[in-house]
Design a protein around this ligand. Sequence first.
Ligand SMILES: [Zn+2]
Length: 193
Amino acid sequence: MQNTTSHGPPRWRIIALVLVALASVAAAIVAVPLAVDVVAGAAKPVLEDVPGPDTGPECPVDARYVDEEPDGLRADVRSAWGELRAAAEDDGVPVCVNDGKRSNAQQQAEFDEAVEKFGTPELAADYVLPPEESNHVKGFAVDVQPYAAAEWVEANGQAYGWCRRYDNEYWHFEYDPAYTEDGCPGLLPDATS
Ligand SMILES: [Zn+2]
């Protein structure tokens, strides 16, 4: 028996065309993630964009300060910080982190506030660094309070890789594993020098 209503292409050809079309769509779907995978630098966390806590609980030994978690610091810095703090506490010196990690955005907000307060970016820069210059943004600086704690870190931190860096900031310490061997570099007058 013959199918007299069939005037178009044979059924097998239609099926073949549909299969080819489906295969192309499937190939395109598969190709997209593969293409993304080979884009250099995609989806890597940028340390400078990692925020730290904005604040923390009150420093138990001095209510003028807070004690932030050292979250967001570079991993090796965070672990070196833990060793330093444990050593201070073994010595009977409580240490509070008044400020540690900041993101680009957090530092920019502080800088903008200082520009508002002091009038110009030049004047503001005497008090707050712009994000590209801050080692808090790079994740290896910690501000220590109260004064007795900073004094302890200044006297004992070098063995753990922590050094005070600025003459005008007794609270600001930076970590570099090289300090354990080479000693602390000389103090700079301030963060802008
Ligand atoms: Zn600092």
